[in-house]
Design a protein around this ligand. Structure first.
Ligand code: NA7
Length: 541
């Protein structure tokens, strides 16, 4: 890869590009589109062979978005949202990937994307005022701005279990699924993990495998998707009102169109509470925990929602011992709520067994399969649905430094610190799209991405207009924001339990509650005030 010929960079004649964007998922693609619109010469660097990011890699059976398709999509182009037609309430991975490809074609994005190329390091040269971005091929590209669109769930977590290399069968990770069809027919399959990915994959694998053994460490809550094909009328109705619906979406709590909670779970009668949970259950999806205002804040309120889901599980799963094992003991909302299609029903099949690895973990993997205590569970294939080094893993895999000796790895040694989840003190002209300290993973990601991309593009455009070339977060503003994010999380039940939100799934990862819990409207208002006050908290020069 060499610097593209043609126009020279507008912002720093010594650089190859005006901006380098890492990642060609939904963040990187829209970032490229916006920067191009500003006339900036931009290069996107993408590890995969095509666009799509998360939806390029997560191809496991049953992979599907648990945000509703008509609102889990770009809003920046009305022509795009009018011409694209989603076929199901929740889009499956192939459809989302097809959409990403369509966007790349429609906006002619690929000509500025270097595929199959992984960024290994990025160093800011203070003298030249530019980032030197190094790829795994050894190339170095330069630009005054570097923007990380690297995703929050893009570095897989493969637990280190003794003997894995000796396993005779095939191994898979849901987050790096092969591109070819994986045929589990007449094979004994083991799935490790019961998070969102597993809960989607298990019913599908159970249908084809000779036998499926699920190794569960922590039982999880799942609410039915009630997925269905969208009718022409449903699609037409949304399309006719997209403009106002999108504006409404931008000011919802999580960029989802859930009905917001109005009351405490504890202020209503038992009958009203049950009716509200039942109504939300019938509706399906992630809006379930928006039933009451205090589900994430009061243990007693949380228990009412948890008890409701546990009763549903017991009603579905026929074997009482299996049902008890599947009933989560953790608070609801501790780990991300899962949305399922036939997950609990799958345990009624004769070819599915559930193995509890909470008290006795998987001690090692023998050539035949996982060993728990003295028992070898023989399988022909092992699926790791063991999640990701979320939110920070991918950024820390890149050696991000400055010529002044600052380094992201040092800065984040005790956990991520970031202003607005967008940029950091000590690392000028570097932006993160949906970084730690922003609403990010608590929201519908595509509109959240659009918000950050617009912020970054507008900031660069403002700098260009005012002839400024350097933007850096003020250390005090960053510390105050980090404290604000922690203060928002503190009264909630969430930081107290183990999840990837606090880094608890990765051994040795500092325990910090990473997402912003104040909701999208408050966050958007902060961002607006920052800009209106001359980029308060940033130093521009
Ligand atoms: P998750 O939600 O992080 O789930 C990973 C699962 O793997 C979870 O059940 C873990 O149990 C389990 N796990 C991890 N390591 C082990 C070992 N060593 N032994 C047994 N079980 C293990 O990842 P997903 O891919 O499902 O979902 C990630 C996000 O993608 C999701 O939240 C949505 O936002 C979309 P644990 O709970 O740690 O006990």
């Amino acid at each position: 890869m060499t610097a593209a010929k043609g126009s020279s960079p507008a912002m720093n004649p010594r650089a190859d590009f005006d901006a380098i964007v890492v990642g060609a998922g939904f963040a990187g693609m829209y970032m490229l589109h916006r920067l191009r619109g500003l006339g900036l010469k931009t290069r996107v660097i993408e590890a995969g062979q095509d666009v799509g990011g998360t939806w390029y890699w997560n191809r496991y059976p049953g992979a599907r978005c648990d945000g509703e398709s008509m609102f889990y999509s770009y809003s920046f182009s009305d022509a795009l949202q009018q011409e694209w037609t989603w076929t199901e309430r929740y889009a499956a991975q192939p459809e989302i990937l097809a959409y990403a490809r369509h966007v790349a074609d429609r906006f002619d994005l690929r000509r500025d994307i270097a595929f199959d190329t992984r960024v290994t390091a990025a160093t800011f040269d203070e003298n030249q005022r530019l980032w030197r971005v190094t790829t795994h091929r050894g190339e170095v590209l330069t630009a005054p701005f570097c923007i990380m669109g690297t995703g929050n769930l893009s570095t897989t977590n493969l637990p280190e279990i003794d003997g894995l290399a000796t396993f005779r069968g095939a191994t898979y990770h849901t987050g790096t699924w092969p591109h070819h069809e994986v045929d589990f027919a007449s094979r004994r399959v083991g799935v490790i993990g019961t998070g969102s990915s597993a809960i989607q994959a298990i019913p599908m694998i159970a249908r084809s495998a000779a036998h499926l053994t699920v190794f569960q460490r922590t039982a999880n809550y799942a609410v039915p998707a009630w997925n269905h094909p969208l009718t022409a009328e449903e699609v037409a109705e949304v399309k006719a009102h997209y403009a106002e619906l999108r504006e409404k979406q931008r000011w919802t709590f999580s960029h989802n169109m859930f009905e917001p909670a109005a009351r405490s779970a504890l202020e209503v009668s038992e009958a009203e509470r049950q009716a509200e949970y039942e109504r939300r259950w019938r509706e399906g999806g992630l809006g379930f925990t928006s039933a009451f205002t205090d589900i994430q804040y009061s243990d007693a309120a949380n228990q009412t929602a948890a008890d409701f889901v546990r009763a549903k599980i017991r009603a579905v799963v026929k074997d009482p011992a299996t049902a008890e094992l599947l009933c989560p003991k953790i608070i609801i909302g501790c780990k991300r709520l899962c949305v399922d299609t036939g997950y609990f029903e799958t345990y009624n099949r004769d070819n599915v067994s559930l193995v509890d690895v909470s008290s006795t973990p998987i001690t090692r993997i023998a050539p035949e399969g996982p060993v728990i205590g003295e028992t070898i569970h023989a399988v022909d294939a092992l699926v790791f649905a063991t999640g990701f080094d979320a939110m920070t893993g991918t950024l820390l895999a890149i050696d991000i430094t400055t010529s002044e000796g600052n380094s992201l790895r040092d800065k984040w040694r005790d956990g991520p610190t970031c202003y607005l989840g967008l940029a950091m003190a000590g690392l000028p002209n570097l932006f993160i799209i949906t970084g730690p300290g922003s609403p990010s993973v608590f929201t519908n990601m595509i509109p959240t991405i659009e918000h950050h991309v617009d912020f970054i593009a507008d900031a660069i455009a403002d700098m260009r207009r005012s002839g400024r070339t350097r933007i850096e977060v003020d250390g005090a503003a960053e510390s105050a924001w980090v404290q604000h994010v922690a203060d928002l999380a503190e009264p909630s039940l969430r930081p107290s339990c183990n999840s990837w939100y606090v880094g608890a799934n990765i051994p040795g990862k500092p325990r910090v509650f990473m997402p912003y819990m104040g909701g999208v409207p408050a966050y958007r208002r902060h961002c607006i005030e920052v800009v209106e006050n001359g980029y308060r908290g940033f130093n521009l020069s």
